[in-house]
Design a protein around this ligand. Sequence first.
Ligand code: ACO
Length: 470
Amino acid sequence: MCNRYLWSPEPRPDGHDRRLARVVPLADVGCNAGIAQEEMLRVSAETLTVVDNRTGERYEVPIQDGTVKAMDFRRMRTSADDFGLMVYDPAFTNTASCRSEITFIDGDAGVLEYRGYPIEELAEKSTYLETAFLIVHGHLPSAAELKEWTHNITFHTFVHENVRRFMEGFRYDAHPMGVLVSSVAALSTFYPDAKDVDDAASRDLQTWRLIAKVPTLAAFAYRHSRGLPYVYPDNDLTFAGNFASMLWRMSESSYVASSVIERALNVLFILHADHEQNCSANAMRAVGSSRPDPFVATAAAAAALYGPLHGGANEAVLLMLNEIGDVRNVSEFVKHVKAGERRLMGFGHRVYKNYDPRARIIKATADEVFDVTGRNPLLDIALELERIALEDDYFIERKLYPNVDFYSGLIYQALGFPVEMFPVLFAIPRTAGWVAQWREMVTDPEQKIARPRQVYTGARGQKYVELGRR
Ligand code: ACO
């Protein structure tokens, strides 16, 4: 005898989850005989019918927004003391962990939108600070809102002198990303008020602090790696102009960046500001879900960004292009990639199965920057790699296209940055995205502490053996 579980919008009298209600025994129709026609009419079209062949039970699982709830599978049990079915999804390749209104990606079509605005339009018309407001607050600011937002961010660009001293303690050759991760975490100790994550005014204050101070820490990390004195913020400048000043000012009383470079920084910052549930945004949400202050959560997100499969990829691209060394060596390198011995860094993406729209914009920006800085000689190798890869069946079949990191490193290098600075430059604008994701998470009533399940495959019931007898 097997039972039917039908979805019903009405609460069940026994108080169980109303969305998965046991309603009809299916003895007459047979467990695998399909749903009788009249019953079919009562089954919502927006459901999934699951037959558990271990028990013969049949379930109707609601489908909402193209998803089924993993918890609905927990009710599928072989006995009363069975834990119930779990879904197994290492690396979350097919699991939505949240509802979000921030960033939309259509990976097959190569579409990226922040709050519904196409990335191409923002890159062409907006500034980083305006885009950061959009990402954080959900709408383009009015002139008054932008003025206030700009003031609030600018007002918070300085860091406590002890932060500067703390940063001086790093070794001369410390990787600037390690320096950034540590110093963002250290900000937590300067702002104990940031622990009040349920207070909206506090969240706003930490938002301004993070967006404002991360460029300062990034620039200090850069100056440290060069053995140069740190340059304090110049609040008469724009966000990008001030960052350029903190990087490159020497003895002049004020530093004014070339408008092309300032614009390029804005475009790069806009393109990197958010990218929905990527590895670092997921880290921000997961760490933030246990309700620490956003500084330590941002440090965790930045640590996730550091890896070569994420924000460290543009560093890896440059190392790869240097290793190839000459256009003539490209086809030999591609052979190694196709043999599975190497990865073509800057190619492929978990979500994009088309040309990453950010890569297209960065490629165009690179030409403008090279007009000022001179052409990066590695560009020819990159262009040849892209040409060969886009014609090759290996890459076509796997839908591997250039991602945002393929060309960004070439611009950064032309601007004089060492490769170690690349993920740091990524972290500056991504701070707005992390903060927006964090704000959305802490105010989402559906969210709880992030705590996945596991499939335990280890030993059980071992007997402890004394050290001398092992
Ligand atoms: N070079 C060569 N082959 C690749 C590459 C690559 N860059 N990326 C994926 N493949 C191949 C895989 O070997 C696999 O082939 P197979 O089916 O024969 O085994 C297939 O394409 C699918 O690859 P997965 O690793 O399953 O794809 P996944 O979605 O897990 O990985 C990732 C995405 C990590 C970005 C991957 O494409 C990669 O390592 N790229 C290089 C690193 C990089 O550029 N990262 C930056 C991403 S953008 C960002 O984070 C800002």
